[in-house]
Design a protein around this ligand. Structure first.
Ligand code: C5P
Length: 401
């Protein structure tokens, strides 16, 4: 059975600096705690003008630290103690002043000292007036921080508390919580090259008509995200969908099954894992017209010919990548899934019921492999994608052993 339990508890040091967006950090703390993250809040004096320590203390269930010289810390080493045993430090909001301090290695209060003394990744979510953001000094400081491997989240553009509109709004709490959740995923596919097909294909009949399959592409795109989080290099070959691809993926957009096969052939060399999520149309019209066919009152017959099976092609290569298939069924899920897995000679196939998945944000999934079947209970597609990645990495480990 795949281990679908939550990963180990992650520990985050959440730093707040002076900015109106500090109120969003309170919501962020709440979301993170809800997700099972252990949050230790540290606030600068300026942050305390915008939101009270009592709020963060109540949300995190822990005392909030604000002073470098805190007598309650046994050895007066708060700047070391608090930054040890955390998986990351996130400063949200990060003011222009605090960013300048970080870029120059200043350490004149508890939070800046913790950042300088850290031995874990540092992420910052800038929040400031648009002119402060655009100021060359701020941009210089940000460039320095990027060079120092500090991850900069946002900011977004929009209405600002000062009444102006532009870049500098802190990302919303939910976006930051999701980014952190991604950041905390184990790097199970580090160094691997993963090719994913997603979405439907569209087989033209004439200039305006065609044959397609129902597919939103959400599962394939979620798997691309999860593979990126796991440290893989991701190539996404997508049929026509209305989704934004993860920015770090290499994306090729295609229309027909033949285009998709061509794109897969171009990319397959050197691929470690091929995950075929696309709902490829099984047939296409034998002949097509570039013009719009005129309607008449007569019935017409459309001759269909089979499309190439892209997954079978990949799995049949002399030295195939680890191939994962998907099957959406309306009935006899288990029987059909296992027949497909064996026919296409796949080490792993994920199956679900059409009526439970298409277009929805969550789904159940059953994985079929050489050891049997593994039920993944209903969850958001991104969570199912993470479970699938984990299962693939376990199977690959077993293959190696
Ligand atoms: O359509 P079917 O249920 O056979 O799809 C099973 C798997 O095969 C899916 O992973 C799908 O992406 C893949 N497939 C393909 N090329 C086809 C048909 C299906 O790669 N022409």
């Amino acid at each position: 059975m795949t281990d679908t339990s939550l990963q180990r508890t992650r520990h985050l040091l959440l730093g707040l600096t002076g900015g109106v967006a500090a109120y969003k950090a309170a919501e962020l703390a709440r979301l993170l705690i809800h997700d099972g993250v252990d949050v230790q809040a540290v606030m600068t004096q300026s942050a305390c003008h915008f939101v009270g320590t009592a709020t963060l203390q109540a949300l995190t269930g822990k005392p909030v630290f604000t002073e470098l010289w805190d007598a309650s810390i046994a050895n007066s080493m708060a700047h070391i103690d608090l930054s040890r045993n955390v998986d990351a430090i996130l400063v949200a909001p990060a003011s222009a002043d605090f960013i300048a301090k970080l870029a120059n290695g200043l350490a004149d209060d508890l939070l800046s000292t913790l950042c300088l003394a850290r031995d874990c990744p540092l992420l910052i979510a800038p929040a400031m007036n648009r002119q402060m953001w655009e100021n060359p000094a701020t941009q210089r400081n940000l460039a320095t921080l990027r060079q120092d491997n500090v991850t900069i989240l946002g900011p977004a553009s929009g209405a600002q508390a000062c009444g102006e509109t532009g870049m500098g709004r802190m990302l919303e709490a939910r976006e930051l919580a999701e980014t952190l959740h991604s950041f905390f995923q184990p790097r199970l596919l580090q160094g691997k090259r993963v090719l994913i097909t997603a979405g439907p294909t569209y087989e033209a009949i004439d200039a305006v008509r065609g044959i397609t399959n129902l597919s939103s592409g959400k599962m394939g795109y979620a798997i691309a995200r999860a593979a990126l989080e796991a440290g893989a290099e991701v190539i996404l070959i997508s049929g026509p969908v209305c989704l934004d691809a993860p920015p770090a993926a290499k994306v090729t957009r295609v229309t027909s099954a033949q285009d998709m096969l061509g794109a897969v052939e171009n990319e397959i060399s050197g691929v470690d894992i091929f995950i075929s999520v696309a709902a490829v149309a099984d047939y296409r019209a034998k002949s097509t017209s570039k013009q719009k066919t005129k309607k008449t009152s007569n019935s017409i017959t459309l001759e269909l010919i089979p499309n190439p099976d892209i997954l079978e092609y990949a799995a049949g290569l002399a030295d195939p990548p680890f191939c994962v298939g998907f099957a959406a069924e309306t009935e006899n899920l288990e029987e059909n899934a296992e027949i497909k897995r064996c026919k296409k000679k796949l080490p792993l196939l994920a199956a679900n019921l059409v009526q439970e998945t298409i277009g929805s944000e969550d789904c159940t999934l059953t994985l079929f492999d050489g050891a049997g079947r593994h039920h993944l209970p209903r969850a958001q597609k991104i969570e199912q994608a993470r479970r699938l990645i984990k299962h693939i990495s376990l199977l690959q480990e077993k293959q190696k052993a």
